[in-house]
Write a protein that binds this ligand. Structure first.
Ligand code: 1GP
Length: 250
């Protein structure tokens, strides 16, 4: 069964999923060891690997290191066509549909196409939607696109619907790494009303309450990066929000 089928069937069963995002610039072997151990214990669903701007790190080394340490599927979350690596299990082939920058809508994809064809990577065509997260994030700057304002859920919803109508297989609503606040629940709810493909949400998620609210709003997969880089000990408590009983006892 493909990773996408598994993601889709899991959401149809009403089960929530979580991905830990690894930024190759910010990990070392010790950190990766700890995250992999904690992620295995917490049965994290995916590792996402990539970044809008990688300066010091090497994504290929990071993917190899992850594959050597864990059985959790490794999914490339690419900032550009250079980040393709056939050693991963799958790639979110992102088209930045909230923006109007042709390079991010189709340009990078043309450059990526021959290497993707030659690889055995599972391709998950994904509509990438940037939403304002309270500050200018790297993805916003590097992609040269304007995020959707937080008080415009209808724009986000119809952008997502257009993505689904174009045949995209998932929607990724993104506030940007290190955003001051995550994608608002009003936006996730509006997207949920319009699409029946998986909704991935990331950027600025730090607390179990934020995670629970986003799942309740309709998110299928939450992505957490920054916060776990600084607080790997929080992985278990964040992972527990996938379970419906997580609010009990609060
Ligand atoms: C960024 O959505 C991811 O692309 C994760 O964001 O690093 O803020 O958790 P954070």
């Amino acid at each position: 069964m493909s990773l996408y089928q598994r993601m889709f069937e899991t959401l149809q069963q009403g089960r929530r999923q979580m991905a830990v995002l690894i930024d190759p610039d910010k990990v070392n072997a010790k950190h990766l060891d700890e995250l992999c151990k904690r992620a295995e214990l917490a049965s994290i669903d995916f590792f996402f690997v990539g970044g809008s701007l990688i300066t010091r790190g090497n994504i290929h080394d990071t993917i190899r290191a992850l594959k050597a340490r864990t059985h959790i599927p490794v999914v490339i979350f690419p900032g550009g066509h250079q980040q393709i690596d056939g050693n991963a299990d799958a790639i979110l082939l992102l088209s930045l549909i909230s923006g109007r920058n042709p390079e991010m809508l189709i340009g990078q994809h043309v450059l990526a196409a021959p290497r993707l064809k030659a690889s055995e990577l599972e391709i998950i065509p994904t509509g990438y939607i940037l939403v304002d997260g309270g500050k200018m994030t790297t993805v916003q700057y590097v992609s040269d696109t304007v995020p959707i304002p937080t008080d415009k859920p209808e724009i986000a919803a119809y952008t997502a619907l257009a993505g689904q109508q174009l045949g995209l297989k998932a929607i990724f609503a993104e506030a940007g790494s290190g955003a001051l606040y995550p994608v608002p629940t009003s936006i996730v709810k509006a997207i949920r009303r319009e699409v029946n493909i998986p909704i991935i949400v990331g950027g600025g998620i730090r607390t179990p309450e934020q995670a629970l609210d986003l799942y309740d709003a309709g998110a299928d997969v939450l992505v957490i990066g920054n916060h776990l880089e600084n607080h790997p000990d929080q992985l278990e408590i964040l992972a527990a929000t996938r379970h419906p009983s997580a609010r009990i006892g609060k």
